[in-house]
Design a protein around this ligand. Structure first.
Ligand code: BV8
Ligand code: ZN
Length: 248
């Protein structure tokens, strides 16, 4: 990747009145959080059908909680990397920047807390629960005892099982969060897509909607993706190295 391409991307971002930054698991890879697809990805070892669907939870909530508890502990030991930090500083330092993430690891939010910027999390959070009975949501970041059905977390209000506050396959996304992301995409002059294979819908439409609305599409990814051919500028490499060069 030449300085010239980086400069072109910097200029496209600078010229845009509205910028959408759309991220996936690859932005957190250098923090030590496993991605989903590709080498070392979670879906190489685990089946989404067994762990990340409402049917899986109905069948075996203990197994699902065990897996989410493991991921929570893993992510809690990770810290935001140079890409999360550069994105948070950039979003806090200029108007018209919307950060949209598919990640449930909270690392953008942890970086943004220091930089005082907000994040649209399309797929929810590992560090929250939702009641399967009354629908109440609450932060929940402690360890989960998944030794048996009886030890799983339950709702204080109605006694029903609590579930991780993430969006599983076959579930609809929170319409307010999705609409806010789509609105930002439609008005973006530039869309920076970082570390996503862009195969999960409707999330991936953030990038395609922005491109269709005329935004310059900039992809930062270690590998080629389904989006690469549609991108105006492709920056091949690690998010933690490229993103700070683009945004600072
Ligand atoms: C829905 C959250 C409506 C919880 C996740 C066929 C066609 C189109 C769609 C479908 C279809 N069949 C089924 C569907 C729908 C389905 C879907 O899209 N499936 C795909 C897989 C085909 N979508 C849904 O079910 C969605 N809901 O459609 O609702 C509906 C409802 C009912 C009835 C009818 C309709 C809900 C989807 C939500 C799924 N939830 N998980 C959890 O995490 O436990 S998805 C999962 O994938 C992740 O959470 C993540 O958010 C998401 C996206 O993955 P990526 O972030 O892109 O990660 P990935 O590993 O794939 O890629 C990493 C990238 O990083 C790679 O490109 C790699 O090269 C790069 N990289 C690695 N290291 C670095 C790097 N880049 C830079 N630097 C590095 N260092
Ligand atoms: Zn309840």
């Amino acid at each position: 990747m030449t300085d010239d391409v980086v400069e072109r991307a910097r200029q496209a971002l600078h010229a845009a009145e509205h910028v959408v930054i759309f991220t996936g698991a690859g932005v957190s890879a250098e923090s030590g959080v496993p991605t989903f697809r590709g080498a070392g990805g979670l879906w190489k070892t685990f089946r989404a059908e067994d762990l990340a669907t409402p049917e899986a939870f109905a069948r075996d909530p203990r197994l699902v909680w065990e897996w989410y508890g493991w991921r929570r502990t893993l992510v809690a030991a990770c810290a935001p990397n140079a890409a999360h930090e550069a994105i948070a500083r950039y979003a806090a330092s200029r108007r018209g920047v919307t950060v949209v993430t598919q990640n449930v690891d909270g690392l953008h939010q942890r970086a943004a807390r220091d930089a005082n910027a907000s994040v649209l999390a399309l797929h929810g959070t590992l560090f929250g629960v939702r009641c399967t009975g009354c629908g109440r949501r609450a932060p929940h970041d402690g360890p989960v005892d998944a030794t048996s059905l009886g030890t799983l977390p339950r709702c204080d209000a109605c006694g029903a099982l609590l579930r991780p506050d993430v969006v599983w396959f076959g579930e609809t996304l929170d319409p307010r969060v999705l609409d806010a992301a789509f609105d930002a995409a439609r008005s973006a002059g530039a869309c920076l897509v970082v570390g996503t294979s862009a195969v999960v819908q409707p999330a991936a439409s953030v990038a395609t909607l922005a491109a269709r609305a005329g935004a310059t599409l900039i992809e930062v990814n270690a590998e080629e993706t389904s989006l690469s051919s549609a991108a105006d500028i492709v920056l091949r490499g690690k998010a933690g190295e490229i993103v700070p060069r683009l945004l600072e």
